[in-house]
Structures are given as structure tokens and as C-alpha cells.
Design a protein around this ligand. Structure first.
Ligand SMILES: Cc1cc2nc3c(=O)[nH]c(=O)nc-3n(C[C@H](O)[C@H](O)[C@H](O)COP(=O)(O)OP(=O)(O)OC[C@H]3O[C@@H](n4cnc5c(N)ncnc54)[C@H](O)[C@@H]3O)c2cc1C
Ligand SMILES: NC(=O)c1ccc[n+]([C@@H]2O[C@H](COP(=O)([O-])OP(=O)(O)OC[C@H]3O[C@@H](n4cnc5c(N)ncnc54)[C@H](OP(=O)(O)O)[C@@H]3O)[C@@H](O)[C@H]2O)c1
Length: 448
């Protein structure tokens, strides 16, 4: 049998495992994840109020429940865990599907002031990621600025504008629910550095902002009209044209007022976060204009927006894994058709898929063809890979070295504990928010 380790149980890891077992009856797959819970950003990124997308976890579950696939949670690969070189000895092939764990930086003064957070931190907090920093995001804030106009920016804007009644049925942890339910944030400015026709959000997500209860969405028609492709969208791809139509609707029809006010701004690039002591109190922005080639130029004119909360939503970023090559400029592992490139050579035996391969863009489904391409390369290499002897059961070798994975029964025990917690609170499933409660729940499963 061909023993393959897939590192990461997000969409790319699950689609890699699925493609392997579907295409080769002689393959056994261990899916390792540093977290005791599977599904990566589907569990810890997709917004809690998007239940339909979250339910994709059920599709990924069927992969991890396949009889030739084992989920090994709580296993960190790299420093303070199983070294990359050791994993390579234990398996015929290793596929790294570790995603993009951190945020891109703005590189402007004031970025680290209190009250300035990356969207990554905010998302991790409301998603109950066990590494999330303590709460306090909305404490004392009345106005928020969200920097960036991608789908994550739309997610965090929407979460700030949702009320307790809408958040309570979600699986959001109790502390985040209580904090957002009592939030005084009523004005949210979402700011793009370029024009509306090149904004990265998708129309469904954009349109949803206009359907939020008790929320008024406004745009500045003058800013919209600075974009030639807004004025004449005929040359735009259909997706961008639909965005323009939604924005045009908001520009022409008076929006009903509401407790929350979301204001979409364009052609403003942040140059500094302003300080009141060690806390953020506003954002200084430079007016930009299109350069005629899809980019922007500064105009030397500035404006300031008051804010006690700043969420920097300018993209995610891959993290180097000790022992694997890394391209720091792109934040990805260099590869050819999924084969990791070491010293200029695409070496059989090590592969990548998902965000660590392509960079942090694309929806869940984008990872499926990406994983397929990688699996095609791996299966082409399989005859050569099988010539190397590996332990009959890599898990036994890992256990002998002190690794104690959370297996599928442990994860199922976490799911039961989350259902029980929700029932005790009069809610649906409620996520356990920290390492201790997750590992305690998982141990319950090990005893079953
Ligand atoms: C906030 C947010 C919301 C999103 N919402 C949507 C949405 O609504 N719809 C949609 O279609 N797409 C959405 N996306 C995009 C989608 O989540 C990604 O396309 C997808 O998750 C990328 O998959 P991945 O497997 O490459 O990475 P991830 O999903 O990040 O999975 C990586 C996994 O690797 C594990 N890992 C990392 N390092 C190690 C290590 N050293 N050892 C062991 N394990 C490790 C992590 O714990 C994680 O489980 C969203 C993205 C974000 C950031
Ligand atoms: N519901 C969904 O389907 C959903 C939800 C969430 C995420 N996702 C997906 O997940 C992926 C990641 O989303 P994302 O929103 O993190 O990234 P993204 O789509 O790449 O958007 C990043 C945003 O940050 C801006 N930006 C980057 N650097 C900046 C800077 N220095 N100053 C100001 N603005 C800057 C970008 O503007 P420029 O364009 O000018 O660079 C862009 O508006 C995307 O593919 C997204 O579609 C999907």
C-alpha cells in the first residue's frame, strides 16, 4: 500500500485525501492537523451566520470517515511537533495543505496600536479558534473602520452589524456572542484603495449587506463615478458588472435608516493609524485615483476618519514551515504542478495543495481542482515512491515517539460536548473556545 500523510484537514487536505482514495485503491491516507478539530477555515473562517456554507463540513466529513483515511488531530508538523524530515521517513509521500495562517501587514505607522486588529484575529475570535487572542475587540468602540474590500472585509463588517437575535442561533462561542450582542459599534466604514469595479468582494456577499436588519448601507456617488468602469461597465466581466449594479442601486435609491450604518468608501488608501495615547482613534487616508492600468496613484490629498476599532482586512499570508522551502515574497511553497521544488528541482515525495500552494485566494471549491492536480503528480510518482521502505504503520511509530493524536472518536466527542454545551445554554451547537476544553472533551471520546 502507498502510505500518504496529508498535513492539514481544511478543504485542500480533505479534497487531496478524497482524490487519492478515489483514484488509487492501494492508498492509505493519514490526515494530520495541529488542531484537534478538522475542516480548517470551513470551521474557523467561514462566518457563523453562513450556515449553508458551513454545512460543507458534512461533505468533508464523509472523506475523513472513509475506511482508508485516518484523522489524526492535535499533531503539529514542524518545530515543537513532528519534524518535516521525520514525516518524510514515515510515509511514502507527504502533501502539505497547511493554508495561510497569518495576515498581510499594511506597513504603515500605528498598525500595532491597541484597537487595531487584523481581520484574521477578529475572525479567529468569533470562530472560537483555540489560539484566538482574548476578546475586547468592540469594547468602548462606536465607530469601526474596515480596511479592504474583499469577502473577508464583508464578513467582518456584517458580523459587526448583526444583532444578538441573529447571532444567537449560530455556533459562535458564548463570550463572543455576549460581546457582540452588547456592542455599541453603530458606524462601520469599509474602505477600498481602488475603485468599485475592481473590488474583490462577490455580488452575493455584497448584496447581503443591504439585507441586514436595522442597517443602512450608503455609498458616495462621487467616489463611484471616479471609476471609469463604474460609469461605463460594458467592458467589465459579468461578476464585476453585477457588483457595479448593486452599488449603483445604493447610490440612487435612498437607503432606509437603521441603528447600524455601513458606509462603503473607495479610492482611499490608509497611510497612518492615528493614536490617542496607545489606542487607535482614527485612520488617515490618502485620496487616490485610477492610473488607467487597473492600479492607483496618490493625489496628495488626505482625509481622516474617526474610529476606535480598526480591522485590517487586506488578505491572509502563508507561514514558512521549518524544513520546507518557502517563497517569502508570495508566502507560498515553490512547486511545479504540486511537487515541492527544492534547490530548483521538483522532487517526488513532497507535495502542496490549497492556499500554501496557490496563495490565499479562492473559495472552498477552488481547492478541489487544485488538490486533483497535486494528486495527479503524486500518483505519477507512486511507482518510484513505493520502492522506499516505510514503517508498516506510521501511527505506531509516531506513538512510540510520544505523539498522542486526537483520533476520529476524540473529534466526535468534541462534537457531542459542543451539542451538550449548546443545549445547556438554550442554543444550538456552541463551539468550545479553548485548548483545554477541546482536549478534555476529546479525552472523553478516548475513554468511550
Ligand atoms: C475568514 C474567511 C472566510 C471564508 N469564507 C468562505 C466562504 O464563506 N465560502 C468559501 O467558499 N470560501 C471561504 N473562504 C475561503 C476558504 O476558506 C479557503 O479557500 C480554504 O479554506 C483554503 O483551504 P486550505 O485547506 O488551503 O487551508 P485551511 O482551510 O486554512 O486549512 C489548513 C489546515 O492546516 C492546518 N495546519 C496548519 N499548519 C499546520 C501544521 N504545521 N501542522 C499540522 N496542521 C497544520 C490548520 O490547522 C488547518 O486546519 C474563507 C476564507 C477566510 C479566510
Ligand atoms: N463568502 C465567501 O465566498 C468568502 C468569504 C470570505 C473569504 N472568501 C475568499 O477568501 C479569499 C481571501 O479573501 P480576503 O478578503 O482575505 O482577500 P482578498 O479577496 O484578496 O481581498 C483583499 C483586500 O485587501 C486590499 N488590500 C490589500 N493590500 C492592501 C493595502 N496595503 N492597503 C489597502 N488595501 C489593501 C485589496 O485591495 P486591492 O484589490 O487593491 O489589492 C482587497 O480589497 C478570497 O478569495 C475570498 O473570495 C470567500
Amino acid at each position: 500500500m502507498l502510505h500518504v500523510a496529508v498535513v492539514g484537514s481544511g478543504p485542500s487536505g480533505c479534497y487531496t485525501a478524497q482524490s487519492l482514495v478515489q483514484r488509487d485503491p492501494g492508498v492509505l491516507v493519514d490526515v494530520l492537523d495541529r488542531l484537534p478539530c478538522p475542516y480548517g477555515l470551513v470551521r474557523y473562517g467561514v462566518a457563523p451566520d453562513h450556515e449553508k456554507i458551513k454545512s460543507l463540513q458534512n461533505n468533508l466529513r464523509t472523506v475523513l470517515e472513509d475506511e482508508r483515511v485516518r484523522f489524526l488531530g492535535g499533531v503539529q508538523v514542524g518545530p515543537r511537533g513532528v519534524p518535516v524530515a521525520r514525516l518524510r521517513e514515515l510515509y511514502h509521500a507527504v502533501v502539505y495543505c497547511v493554508g495561510a495562517a497569518t495576515d498581510r501587514r499594511l506597513g504603515i505607522p500605528g498598525e500595532d496600536l491597541r484597537g487595531s486588529w487584523s481581520a484574521t484575529e477578529f475572525v479567529s475570535w468569533y470562530s472560537a479558534h483555540p489560539d484566538a487572542v482574548a476578546d475586547g475587540f468592540v469594547l468602548g468602540a462606536r465607530t469601526a473602520v474596515v480596511i479592504g474590500v474583499g469577502n473577508v472585509a464583508v464578513d467582518v463588517t456584517r458580523m459587526l452589524a448583526r444583532g444578538a437575535a441573529e447571532l444567537s442561533p449560530t455556533d459562535m462561542p458564548e463570550s463572543a456572542l455576549a460581546s457582540l450582542a452588547s456592542s455599541q459599534v453603530s458606524r462601520i466604514h469599509m474602505v477600498g484603495r481602488r475603485g468599485p469595479s475592481v473590488a474583490r468582494f462577490t455580488t452575493k456577499e455584497l448584496r447581503e449587506l443591504g439585507t441586514l436588519p436595522d442597517t443602512q448601507v450608503t455609498v458616495n456617488p462621487v467616489e463611484l463615478e471616479m471609476d471609469p468602469d463604474y460609469v461605463d461597465p460594458s467592458a467589465l466581466p459579468a461578476a464585476q458588472r453585477r457588483n457595479v449594479e448593486v452599488l449603483r442601486g445604493w447610490a440612487t435609491a435612498p437607503a432606509p435608516s437603521g441603528r447600524h450604518r455601513i458606509r462603503l468608501r473607495f479610492f482611499l488608501r490608509p497611510v497612518e493609524l492615528l493614536a490617542d495615547g496607545d489606542r487607535v482613534c482614527g485612520v488617515r487616508l490618502e485620496r487616490t485615483r485610477p492610473d488607467g492600468r487597473g492600479g492607483l496613484v496618490g493625489t496628495g490629498r488626505y482625509e481622516e476618519i474617526e474610529a476606535q476599532l480598526v480591522l485590517r482586512s487586506v488578505g491572509y499570508r502563508g507561514v514558512a514551515l521549518d524544513g520546507l522551502p518557502f517563497d517569502p515574497r508570495r508566502g507560498t511553497v515553490p512547486h511545479v504542478a504540486g511537487r515541492v521544488v527544492r534547490e530548483g528541482v521538483a522532487a517526488p515525495g513532497e507535495y502542496v495543495a490549497g492556499w500554501i500552494k496557490r496563495g490565499p485566494t479562492g473559495v472552498i471549491g477552488t481547492n478541489r481542482p487544485c488538490a486533483k492536480e497535486t494528486v495527479t503528480s503524486l500518483l505519477e510518482d507512486a511507482p518510484a515512491l513505493l520502492r522506499r521502505a516505510v514503517p508498516a504503520d506510521p501511527l505506531a511509530a509516531l506513538r512510540a515517539e510520544g505523539v498522542r493524536p486526537v483520533e476520529w472518536s476524540g473529534w466526535q466527542a468534541i462534537e457531542r460536548a459542543e451539542a451538550e454545551l449548546g443545549a445547556s445554554l438554550g442554543r444550538g451547537v456552541v463551539k468550545l473556545p479553548d485548548w483545554e476544553s477541546l482536549l478534555t472533551a476529546a479525552q472523553g471520546g478516548a475513554r468511550d
